[in-house]
Design a protein around this ligand. Structure first.
Ligand code: DX5
Ligand code: ZN
Length: 216
């Protein structure tokens, strides 16, 4: 599955860019929320998510929450109506609390891990997740290069999920293009967040179609 990251779309033409992707068969978008503290960048607030769901009620809104001020930020995005929320393992001392919070509010649950965090750290939480997000770049900016060491981390994560007898999808985010999609797919990822490759390379439809050919 391809989940376009709107961070790299044209902010002055967001709905045009989103529509172009939907017309190419996209049914879930990845919305990057940056708080200027957990990562050195700022992006959107909950109003964007409300407007997204009002304009595209049948399309999934996946929130990638890059904030460690979860007490304030996480409920805002739950109330805004997201379908799935992934917070960072590194952002809280009490991931279980937030996983229960999301469950109680009927939001699907994801956990993200940074490239510098050992994959084993998420093991205790796997059984309570709907997906795991393995960052393939340091979070904060679109347009970075896929980190090669992600491949062995993906294999480790895939084996860990198998050892726990779970069937949990792995998502990758950062520097995904046609080549790195293939590489990460072969290493076990099934959900691909793609920003610049889709939104900064001419025709959005052509870019989505090229990726779809590899996403089997
Ligand atoms: C980085 C974000 C990504 C990013 C992806 O912090 O989490 O979702 O926007 O953009 P590309 O595909 O350009 O790396
Ligand atoms: Zn992201």
């Amino acid at each position: 599955m391809i989940a376009p990251s709107i961070l790299n779309a044209d902010n002055m033409h967001l709905s045009r860019d989103i529509k172009a992707a939907i017309e190419s068969g996209i049914d879930r978008f990845h919305i990057d929320i940056m708080d200027g503290y957990f990562v050195p960048n700022l992006s959107y607030g909950p109003e964007l998510v409300k407007d997204f769901k009002r304009s595209f009620p049948l399309t999934g809104a996946e929130i990638h929450l890059m904030s460690n001020n979860l007490k304030i930020t996480l409920p805002l995005f739950v109330e805004a109506g997201c379908d799935l929320l992934e917070f960072h393992y590194e952002a809280t001392d009490n991931p279980s609390y937030w996983l229960k919070y999301l469950k109680d509010h009927n939001v699907r649950r994801g956990m993200a891990i940074n490239p510098s965090t050992p994959v084993q750290k998420v093991r205790p939480f796997l059984k309570d997740l709907d997906q795991v997000l393995l960052m393939t770049v340091k979070p904060g900016f679109g347009g970075q290069k896929f980190e090669e060491k992600s491949v062995e981390r993906l294999v480790e994560l895939k084996n860990m999920i198998k050892a726990e007898n779970l069937n949990l999808p792995i998502e990758v985010d950062g520097g995904i293009d046609r080549e790195t999609l293939k590489i990460s797919r072969d290493a076990g990822a099934t959900i691909f967040v793609v920003g610049s490759y889709i939104f900064k390379n001419g025709s959005i439809k052509d870019q989505v179609m090229k990726l779809k050919k590899e996403d089997k």
